[in-house]
Design a protein around this ligand. Structure first.
Ligand SMILES: [Zn+2]
Length: 410
C-alpha cells in the first residue's frame, strides 16, 4: 500500500474546515454475467487464489529461513517476472489489479494476525461455498452506470446488475456522487453472483435535520457530577473511574510532601519530577476515559443536552478533586460536541446556572432549601420522591427540549 499518501484522518481534518467529511460505504448488487463473463470471473478467482497462496507460502518460507518479513511491495517485482514465464503466463489473462489485491490481502491478513485481530493466515481453499476476488480502481477501469444498471470491471467490460428499489430511488433523487475505490466479485455455490463496490464520498457534515421535530425519547439530558461522572435522564449512571481516585490521592500526598521540601534541593527536584509524571499519567487515563464515554453517548443518542461548562468564571476551587473534575467536564463537553458534528447529531448546551437540581421535575416547584447532601428528597409540593442527580438530568433534558423548540429569529 502507498504509505506516502494522506491518511483518511488527515484528509478529514482538512475537509472539516469546509464542513465536509469523507464517508466510506459499500454498494452491493446482484450481477447477471454472460456465460463468457462468468468464465472470466471463475478464472480470475482461481488466479487470485493461486496468487494469494503462492505469496503466503513464499512469505512463510522467507520468514522461516531468514526471520525477515517479505511484504507484497517487495515481492511484486519477482511475481511480475514469474508471470512472464511460459509456465505461469495464464496469470496474464486476468485482471492484474485482482492479483495485486490478492498480494496485499496477504499483508493485511498478517497485519491483523499480529494485532491479535485474526488467526494465523490460512491458504485459500477452492472448496468454499463462497468464492471471490477483489480489484481496485485505476483510471476509470471500474464504473457504475446506474441508469443502464451496469457495472464496468477490468477484463469483463460492462456487467448487468440489478438495482434494489431503494438504490434506484436514491440514484434518481441524488445521482451518484461517490468515487469508486474498488470492487469485489463473489460467486456462491448456487451460481449467484454479486458485485460489491467500495465507495468514497465527500459529504457535508451538517445536514438539514429539523431538530425541533426530534421526539423527546431521542433526546438525552446529562448531569455531570462529583458523586458520579454522569447521570442521564434515563437514570443510567457512569461512575468516575476508580483508578483516578487512587492516583489523585497519591498526587495530593506528593504535592503535600513537595511543600515541605526545600525549593531547589535535589529531593525537591526528584519529587517535582514524580509529580509531573503522575500528572501526565492521570491526564492520559482521563482523556482515554472521556473519549470512550463521549463516543458511547454520541453513538447512542440523537440529541444530547449538557450544561455549558465552558462559560467564563468557572468557579475556582482549591480542592484538587474538584478542579480535576472541572477540567474533565469541559473536556467531555468538547469531545461530545465535535463527535456529534462528525456524526450529524446535535448537542444542546444549556446555561449552567439554570437551577437544575433544585427544581422538582414533577411539579416544577423550586426548593431553595435543598442542600447538596440531600441525595434523595421528597418534593414538599407534590410528594414526588427524587434521586437528586436524575431529577437534575431530567430538568436538563426539558430545558434542552425547550431551547430546541423555541424558534430563533434569524
Ligand atoms: Zn414537586
Amino acid at each position: 500500500m502507498a504509505g506516502k499518501r494522506k491518511t483518511i484522518k488527515q484528509r478529514n481534518e482538512e475537509l472539516a474546515k469546509e464542513n465536509k467529511k469523507i464517508r466510506n460505504y459499500g454498494l452491493k448488487f446482484r450481477a447477471f454475467s454472460t456465460p463468457k463473463q462468468h468464465e472470466q470471473i471463475i478464472q480470475t478467482i482461481g488466479c487470485a487464489r493461486f496468487t494469494f497462496n503462492f505469496f503466503l507460502g513464499e512469505r512463510q518460507e522467507v520468514y522461516h529461513e531468514t526471520k525477515e518479513t517479505l511484504r507484497s511491495g517487495e515481492f511484486k517485482q519477482s511475481f511480475n517476472a514469474l508471470k512472464d514465464h511460459p509456465m505461469f503466463n495464464w496469470l496474464k489473462k486476468v485482471d492484474k489489479f485482482a492479483l495485486e489485491c490478492a498480494l496485499e490481502q496477504v499483508d493485511d491478513a498478517f497485519d491483523r494476525f499480529f494485532k491479535g485481530q485474526n488467526r494465523y493466515p490460512k491458504f485459500r481453499s477452492k472448496h468454499k461455498s463462497k468464492q471471490s476476488y477483489s480489484t481496485k480502481e485505476t483510471n476509470g477501469n471500474i464504473a457504475l452506470d446506474f441508469e443502464k444498471e451496469q457495472i464496468k470491471l477490468p477484463k469483463l467490460g460492462w456487467v448487468n446488475v440489478k438495482l434494489s428499489k431503494k438504490q434506484r430511488r436514491l440514484f434518481k433523487e441524488q445521482g451518484f456522487n461517490g468515487k469508486i475505490k474498488g470492487a469485489t466479485v463473489t460467486v456462491h455455490s448456487s451460481g449467484q453472483t454479486h458485485i460489491s463496490l467500495k465507495i468514497e464520498e465527500v459529504v457535508p457534515i451538517e445536514n438539514d435535520i429539523d431538530w425541533s421535530l426530534v421526539s423527546a425519547e431521542n433526546i438525552m439530558g446529562c448531569d455531570l457530577g462529583l458523586t458520579h461522572f454522569l447521570i442521564d435522564s434515563n437514570g443510567n449512571k457512569i461512575e468516575n473511574p476508580r483508578y483516578l481516585k487512587q492516583y489523585l490521592k497519591k498526587l495530593a500526598t506528593l504535592q503535600r510532601q513537595l511543600k515541605n521540601k526545600k525549593k531547589g534541593s535535589s529531593n525537591y527536584k526528584k519529587l517535582q519530577h514524580n509529580v509531573a509524571k503522575l500528572h501526565l499519567k492521570i491526564s492520559n487515563l482521563r482523556k482515554d476515559f472521556l473519549h470512550k464515554q463521549s463516543r458511547k453517548l454520541v453513538n447512542e443518542n440523537q440529541v444530547i443536552v449538557l450544561e455549558d461548562l465552558n462559560v467564563k468564571g468557572l468557579i475556582k476551587n482549591k480542592k484538587l478533586a474538584r478542579s480535576i473534575a472541572d477540567v474533565s467536564w469541559s473536556t467531555f463537553v468538547t469531545f461530545v460536541s465535535y463527535k456529534a458534528i462528525w456524526d450529524n447529531k446535535k448537542v444542546v448546551l444549556i446555561n449552567r446556572f439554570f437551577a437544575s437540581s433544585k427544581q422538582c421535575n414533577g411539579c416544577k416547584e423550586k426548593h431553595t432549601l435543598l442542600s447538596l447532601s440531600d441525595r434523595i428528597w421528597v418534593c414538599p409540593s407534590c410528594g414526588a420522591e427524587h434521586d437528586r442527580d436524575r431529577n437534575a438530568a431530567n430538568n436538563i433534558k426539558e430545558e434542552g427540549i425547550r431551547i430546541l423548540r423555541t424558534p430563533v429569529a434569524s
